[in-house]
Design a protein around this ligand. Structure first.
Ligand code: PHE
Length: 352
């Protein structure tokens, strides 16, 4: 990554980028507020080791934009934001706690225009700590007044999305006997494997952490796939549930699936990849549509006071929204990404 931070921001149409260097840990904190058009900017906090601070900035800018689209398509009165804590190594114990408290105080300076929640490598326990410094943290643990982990509802939403995608591609939502490759056995991927196995799908799992894969093999007879072999592995549905940019000019020609439908944010390496997928005859579930279950859980429960039945209904609606996206894309001869963005732009009151 050689781009300067200035040039990255120059290509971004968001509202604010907050940058803070944490001298104690040698970390950078970046908060991207992409849009507050529909409400306070909502989006999780990702903790990760990045090659350079510019890589972290690029990630936060793209992720924040994705949240604007996600909240708009999901019909939530929230805008889009995201934060990354670019750490030299994942901290634990007191070092982690102190870092999160300093980060919570940074969020507090934004007076609620950015509201955080869990994301990659953060969870309810971290939100509890951030919540000591600011009220603007979704997803604290239930014992502490929060709605708990958003990962299970994200997985349920992806499961509805996979069923809807299979109905569109194969004529039936039934997953019995379908081969589904889940890339990433983290908080979301693990629950997704449980749901798919319950339906009688043949589940393949890849993760860099061999112990997580071994556990799923034991539990469900899921088959392990070498993380380096994911792209060339034959399956009906490929479900990326780890990092982004897995769909690119390099990987798309080598994919051996019919449907791409998973939980990861920012799955396309660049906008042109949506057309590459279409040209290759692959049905792609736009990430910001299929992975909105977590946002529905956090914002619906904590900001809008939804009960469990309302939440479950809205999460199931992810499947219907995807079907609508697929129909529009076919009718208009466009990509599913463009069709989904059009729904978001209409909700945001932006020109098509
Ligand atoms: N990080 C999750 C996502 O990308 C969940 C989340 C949603 C966190 C909304 C905060 C706010 O959707």
């Amino acid at each position: 990554m050689t781009s300067s931070i200035e040039s990255l921001v120059a290509d971004w149409d968001g509202e604010a980028l907050v940058s803070h260097h944490d001298g104690e840990t040698g970390s950078w904190m970046f908060i991207g507020v992409h849009s507050t058009r529909l409400g306070p900017a909502a989006g999780g906090t990702r903790m990760r080791v990045y090659p350079t601070p510019a890589d972290a900035v690029l990630d936060v800018l793209r992720l924040a934009e994705g949240m604007t689209l996600k909240c708009a398509v999901a019909g939530l009165p929230a805008g889009g934001g995201k934060a990354v804590l670019a750490v030299p190594e994942l901290p634990t114990g007191a070092v982690r706690r102190e870092l999160l408290l300093r980060y919570g105080r940074l969020i507090e300076t934004l007076h609620g225009s950015y509201r955080t929640g869990p994301d990659m490598n953060t969870g309810p326990a971290d939100m509890d700590v951030i919540g000591e410094a600011t009220p603007y943290a979704f997803g604290r643990s239930p014992g502490n007044g929060g709605s708990g982990s958003s990962a299970p509802d994200t997985a349920v939403g992806v499961w509805h999305g996979i069923r809807a995608s299979c109905a569109y591609a194969f004529g039936t939502p039934d997953l019995a006997g379908r081969t589904v490759l889940v890339q990433g056995a983290g908080g979301v991927g693990t629950v997704l494997v449980d749901l798919l196995a319950r339906d009688g799908a043949k589940v393949l799992v890849a993760d860099l952490a061999a112990d997580r894969v071994a556990e799923l093999e034991r539990r469900h007879g899921a088959l392990a796939v070498d993380p380096a072999e994911v792209v060339g592995t034959e399956c009906d549905v490929y479900a990326p549930c780890a990092t982004g940019a897995v769909l690119s000019a390099a990987t798309i020609p080598a994919l051996r699936c019919r449907v791409v439908a998973g939980a990861a944010n920012n799955q396309l390496a660049e906008p042109a990849d949506a057309e590459r997928l279409r040209a290759a005859g692959l049905l792609y579930a736009p990430d910001f549509v299929i992975n909105s279950g977590g946002a529905l859980h956090l914002i619906g429960t904590e900001m809008l006071g939804w009960d469990a039945a309302t939440l479950a209904g809205r999460v199931a609606g992810i499947g219907d929204t995807l079907t609508e996206v697929y129909r529009h894309a076919d009718e208009q001869g466009t990509t599913t990404e463009v069709a989904a963005e059009a729904i978001a732009r209409a909700r945001l009151g932006l020109a098509p």
